[in-house]
Design a protein around this ligand. Structure first.
Ligand code: HEC
Length: 196
C-alpha cells in the first residue's frame, strides 16, 4: 500500500513539474513573439534596432581578444566627438577605387566625402528634439535632421533600404530610441570631397 501511495505521489509530482515547465516555456515564447509581431512599440523598436543592426554603425566599439564588440555604455551615441581618424590616402578613394571605413565602422570616406555616424540618443545633440515626422523623413527620404530642405543623408547610411518601412515600425524604432540613455555628443560635420 505504501509503495502504491509513493508511486501515486511521484506521478502527481511529475504532473506538477510538467505543468510548471510548460508554463515557463509558454511565457518565453510569448515574450519573443511580442517583440516580433506585436504591438508593444518599445519592445518591437528594440527588436528592430537589434536585428537591423543600427548599432553596427551608430554604437562605438570596444576592442577585445575576440575582435570589436559594441560598447553598450555608449549605445547609439554616434561617432565620438573627440575621436580622430587615421591619415587618409586620397589617391585610393576616387570613384571606382576604395571606400574606407574607420575600424569601428563609425566613419566612412568615399567619393561623397567623409561621413560620421549620427548620434541617435534622445539628447539635444542627438535626436532628442526631433519630432516623429522629422525622424520619418530622415529615415525614408534621406534628409538631414529630417528637415524638408535638409542636405542629403550620405552613405553608408542605408536609408534607401528603409524607404518601405511601415509607419508602425518607424514609430516603434522612434519610441525605443527616445527611451534609451541620452548621451551628449556632437558628431563632427561631414567633410566635402574637395576638403579631405
Ligand atoms: C552602414 C552603417 C549604418 C547603418 C547600418 C545605419 N546607419 Fe544611420 N547613419 C549612418 C551614417 C554614417 C550617418 C550619417 C550620414 C550623414 O551625416 O549624412 C547616418 C545617419 C542617420 C540618421 C540621420 C541623422 C541626421 O542627423 O540627419 C538617422 C536618423 C539614422 N542614421 C538612423 C539609423 C537607424 C535607426 C538605423 C537602423 C535602422 C541606422 N541608422 C542604420 C550609418 C548607418
Amino acid at each position: 500500500m505504501k509503495r502504491v501511495l509513493s508511486y501515486l505521489g511521484m506521478i502527481f509530482l511529475s504532473i506538477i513539474l510538467w505543468t510548471n515547465c510548460t508554463d515557463t516555456s509558454n511565457t518565453k515564447a510569448d515574450a519573443s513573439s511580442t517583440a516580433k509581431e506585436a504591438p508593444d512599440p518599445l519592445e518591437r523598436g528594440k527588436y528592430l534596432v537589434g536585428i537591423i543592426g543600427c548599432g553596427d554603425c551608430h554604437t562605438p566599439k570596444k576592442m577585445t581578444d575576440m575582435g570589436p564588440v559594441p560598447d553598450f555604455d555608449r549605445l547609439l551615441m554616434g561617432f565620438p566627438a573627440e575621436a580622430k581618424l587615421p591619415a587618409i590616402n586620397k589617391s585610393e578613394i576616387t570613384p571606382g577605387k576604395w571606400v574606407l571605413f574607420a575600424g569601428d565602422l563609425m566613419a566612412a570616406v568615399g567619393p561623397w566625402g567623409i561621413s560620421y555616424a549620427a548620434n541617435l540618443t534622445p539628447h539635444d545633440s542627438g535626436i532628442g528634439t526631433w519630432s516623429f515626422e522629422q525622424f520619418k523623413r530622415a529615415m525614408t527620404e534621406g534628409k538631414h535632421k529630417g528637415l524638408e530642405n535638409g542636405r542629403p543623408v550620405l552613405p553608408p547610411m542605408p536609408w534607401q533600404s528603409y524607404r518601405e518601412m511601415s509607419d508602425q515600425d518607424l514609430e516603434a524604432i522612434y519610441t525605443y530610441l527616445m527611451s534609451i540613455k541620452p548621451i551628449e555628443n556632437v558628431v563632427p560635420t561631414v567633410v566635402a570631397p574637395g576638403e579631405i
